[in-house]
Design a protein around this ligand. Structure first.
Ligand SMILES: Nc1ncnc2c1ncn2[C@@H]1O[C@H](COP(=O)(O)OP(=O)(O)OP(=O)(O)O)[C@@H](O)[C@H]1O
Ligand SMILES: [Mg+2]
Length: 322
């Protein structure tokens, strides 16, 4: 199975470490590092570490593309990004001993023709034996229905689409006639879509079931340290693994998406998909960037994942018609 990820809104993550952040003061940075970021890029980076060939599509500012190009070259990721004039946005993280302060830039507006060119390139890549991962937020200038449109086009070409986004882009995609084959909201994103608080596990199961009934083949709801719920016509599984020392919780969801893609591409059972994607996510928690340890370490973690079958029962609830 050929795999591609799409990132319309990549970012450079700049981490500045300080002794103590005091508003209004001049600071001397202890260290500064820059990492190529963006959800689809993180997914591709984890897949490459696992040894799965992957192509990356989207929009990249040509003025500061070198950091991305280095990552793609290091991991043999097939670079299909369209270069646009200007810079890719920079997201700043100010880290001191107490806290992390995030300053995210929205980035320059993209042009309709640029988005259309990416859509076309991905459609040309897509076919019956392909998995396309659509990840992350949309940049200014990009219409919120772009994922919904792509899901229809790509599904018509026989591709499986995995969607991981939030807000209006998620709402529009889940309202469309053609739904993605796989969707991975976190609990907060699913709650926002459904309009329900989804406090208990039962509520999450019932809400996820409404998506299964409407034709999504695999629904995965990630719940941070509470693990994740996996629902398909094979059943419902809650999977969880205690994390070791946390290096960074950023991108755990992206690593989980990479694990889903890896499992689906090997035609795995629901339980194997749950084990593998949980192992990817928890392994990533021990690292700063979107990187995985060796395959042997992942296999060992996958074997340790706690699996619990969950009853699928729920009657319809709000969100059914959303
Ligand atoms: N503290 C933790 N302990 C154990 N497992 C964790 C922890 N945090 C995350 N995970 C694992 O990672 C998965 C994905 O995490 P989470 O639900 O936070 O994703 P997310 O909100 O989509 O993250 P992001 O989009 O920022 O990458 C969880 O389902 C769980 O398996
Ligand atoms: Mg996420």
């Amino acid at each position: 199975m050929r795999i591609a990820t799409v990132t319309f809104n990549p970012a450079i993550d700049q981490t500045i470490t300080l002794d103590r952040l005091i508003p209004g003061e001049v600071h001397r940075a202890r260290s500064v590092r820059q990492d190529a970021g963006g959800k689809g890029i993180n997914v591709a980076s984890c897949l490459a570490d696992w040894g799965v060939p992957v192509s990356v599509f989207g929009l990249l500012g040509q003025a500061n593309a070198a950091l991305f190009e280095t990552l793609f070259a290091q991991k043999a990721i097939h670079d299909r990004f369209l270069r646009v004039s200007g810079d890719t946005r920079v997201n700043m993280k100010l880290v001191d001993d107490a806290d992390t302060t995030d300053i995210n830039m929205s980035g320059a507006a993209v042009e309709e023709a640029q988005v259309a060119a990416v859509e076309q390139a991905v459609a040309d890549f897509a076919g019956p034996d392909t998995l396309i991962v659509l990840s992350g937020s949309l940049p200014p200038g990009c219409h919120p229905g772009v994922y919904a449109d792509m899901i229809r086009t790509l599904s018509d070409r026989g591709a499986k689409v995995l969607l991981d986004t939030s807000g209006p882009a998620l709402t529009q995609a889940l309202r469309a006639a053609t739904l993605p084959a796989i969707v991975k909201p976190n609990r907060r994103e699913l709650a926002a879509w459904s309009g329900e608080p989804l406090d208990g596990l039962d509520d999450v199961v019932r809400c996820a079931e409404t998506l299964l009934r409407r034709g999504v083949a695999l629904v995965v709801v990630s719940m941070g340290e509470d693990g994740a719920l996996f629902l398909s016509d094979e059943g419902a599984i809650l999977a969880k693994l205690a994390a070791g020392p946390l290096a960074s919780t950023v991108g755990a969801g992206d690593a989980m998406v990479a694990g889903l893609a890896a499992g689906i591409s090997e035609g795995a059972s629901l339980e194997r998909i749950a084990r593998l994607s949980t192992a990817f996510a928890v392994a990533k928690l021990g690292r700063t960037g979107p990187h995985l340890p060796s395959g042997a370490t992942i296999d060992s973690l996958a074997g340790q994942v706690m699996i619990r079958q969950v009853a699928k029962t729920g009657p319809a609830m709000t969100g059914e018609d959303a």
